[in-house]
Design a protein around this ligand. Structure first.
Ligand code: NAD
Length: 496
């Protein structure tokens, strides 16, 4: 199988004819050739989006008509749910039920923003009392223009849709550049969008390498906004590139999120959420709660139970029944995680379980689910995002200490707290410096609720109302509504 780019309403080969391999991480076999677009293709795609936007073929359509098209995309995704989920599992390695969640959520996201765009259009224009009756002032909300969406490999289709659905709902035109490690479902999505009948140029897909296609897109002068999800290092480059043209940038970056467990909670309940917080999606989750802080009274008991359940997790290819931990997405990420585990040997941390390749596999990028305890606070595994199935557990004594340890990180994407004392949970939630706080759970994510980080975890919010507003510009319109002349150079007098 060989994929193509989607530019100006047509599937086309990349200008240089190059391809990238799509590799199944469970078998290490190439199963498709992905079109590797570069600067020329990005330029064509951005120009197509610019033409479509400036011609108003999408932005000037009534929101209700855009909503019909978005709902058609949602139906197209649902009609192909099983194939899309299977493709995501093959490309990324995630367990099939997790891929099914992603695809269902992607369909829901299009419906949600279709509804929001319609509801928004039905609102009366916001008028402003400027304190001077001679002036009538009101606010218009308009699509931001041409959007560059650059996305990662951990939720390949879902995170693309988190940008696409609100951007299209707002009336923007989009060029999507998915990760070179996983772009198969984005290619399939282009087919669904093509069938949904959007005008040419409104949606464009350029698959390819980040340093070529991604860099060209983030630098392109005809782009109005860059919506980026990925690592802090790349986010910094994207922001620098956008600064040349003073373009709006939203950044959804990495995390090293804490999970505070107080000693009044049920151990099994805590174990369930701790494991889900770090091992679902193989720990390749920006909001993974990879630093667990446990109150000393239950520290050893909780670690013992955590270890017992972790060692029973079924590891294997994502399409096998009951598998809860699939292979790491690619050799590069697998080697990166092994590097962290190797260096952790001299860190002073206690390895409780795992710590290397999972046993029993001849092929595939499998890492054993890993737990470290008593981790020095300056250790790399405590401070840096590993982006794999590796969790660090440390003890604390008081609430103040737990909050201080939790906040001691350059990141601030998410945090979780567990206690039967809900007042304490609410109090701690206000003190944690993170954009997403979970109480008595970790990871549940809802299209309707804003998503994004404090500190180095990013700028701006996706999802919810905030994720729609992010693709709108605010325009002030002020009318002088009086019969007299203004009276600065001429005496005020009544007009004719
Ligand atoms: P990455 O930064 O390597 O790549 C992200 C995207 O940027 C890819 O499409 C890549 O091709 C592109 N890219 C690479 N170099 C570029 C350049 N110079 N200019 C423009 N684009 C370039 O990240 P990744 O490894 O794909 O994803 C993992 C990271 O993403 C983790 O740090 C994770 O925490 C983060 N992430 C954050 C969120 C969130 O919502 N905050 C969600 C998912 C992933």
């Amino acid at each position: 199988m060989k994929t193509e780019l989607y530019i100006d309403g047509a599937f086309v080969a990349p200008a240089n004819g190059e391809t990238l391999p799509a590799i199944d991480p469970a078998t290490e076999q190439v199963f498709a050739e992905v079109a590797a677009g570069g600067g020329i293709d990005i330029d064509c795609a951005v120009r197509a989006a610019r033409r479509a936007f400036d011609a108003g073929v999408w932005s000037e359509q009534p929101a209700s008509e855009r909503a019909v098209a978005l709902r058609r995309i949602a139906s197209g995704i649902r009609d192909n749910l099983d194939q899309l989920a299977a493709l995501e599992t093959r490309d990324n390695g995630k367990p099939l039920p997790e891929a099914q969640w992603d695809i269902e959520d992607a369909a829901f996201c299009f419906d949600y923003y279709a509804d929001l765009a319609e509801a928004d259009a039905a609102q009366p224009v916001r008028t402003i009392d400027v304190g001077d009756i001679r002036f009538d002032s009101h606010v218009l909300r308009e699509p931001v223009g041409v959007v560059a969406a650059i996305t990662p490999w951990n939720f390949p289709m879902l995170i693309a849709v988190w940008k696409l659905a609100p951007a299209l709902a707002a009336g923007c035109c989009v060029v999507l550049k998915p990760s070179e490690l996983c772009s198969m479902t984005c290619h399939a999505l282009a087919g669904i969008i093509d069938k949904a009948g959007l005008p040419a140029g409104v949606f464009n897909l350029v698959t390819g390498v980040g340093t070529d296609a991604g860099a060209s897109l983030s630098e392109h002068p005809l782009v109005d906004k860059v919506a980026f999800t990925g690592s802090v290092a790349t986010g910094r480059r994207v922001m620098q590139a956008a600064s040349a043209g003073i373009r709006t940038v939203s950044l959804e970056l990495g995390g090293k999120s804490p999970f505070l467990i107080f000693d009044d909670c049920d151990i099994d309940k805590a174990v369930e959420w701790i494991l889900f917080g770090i091992f679902w999606n193989k720990g390749e989750v920006c909001s993974a709660t990879s630093r667990v802080l446990v109150q000393r009274g239950i520290y050893e008991r909780l670690i013992a139970r955590l270890t017992e359940v972790t060692e029973a997790i079924k590891i294997g290819p994502g399409d096998q029944p009951d598998v809860k931990l699939g292979p790491i997405v690619a050799k590069s990420q697998y080697d990166k995680i092994l590097g962290f585990l190797e260096r952790a040997r001299d860190s002073g941390a206690r390895l409780v379980t795992g710590g290397g390749r999972a046993e029993g596999f001849e092929m595939g990028y499998y890492i054993a689910p890993t737990i470290y305890a008593d981790v020095p606070l300056e250790a790399e595994i405590w401070r840096e995002e590993i982006f794999g199935p590796v969790v660090c557990v440390n003890p604390f004594d008081t609430e103040e200490e737990a909050v201080r340890l939790a906040n001691d990180s350059p990141y601030g994407l998410a945090a979780a707290v567990m206690s039967d004392d809900l007042e304490r949970c609410d109090r701690v939630a206000t003190k944690l410096r993170a954009g997403i706080i979970w109480i008595n759970c970790s990871q549940p994510t809802f299209t309707q609720a804003p998503w994004g980080g404090y500190k180095s975890s990013g700028i701006g919010r996706e999802l919810g109302r905030e994720g729609f507003d992010a693709f709108l510009e605010t325009k002030q319109v002020t009318r002088f509504d009086h019969k007299e002349t203004w009276g600065w150079y001429l005496e005020p007098e009544l007009g004719q």
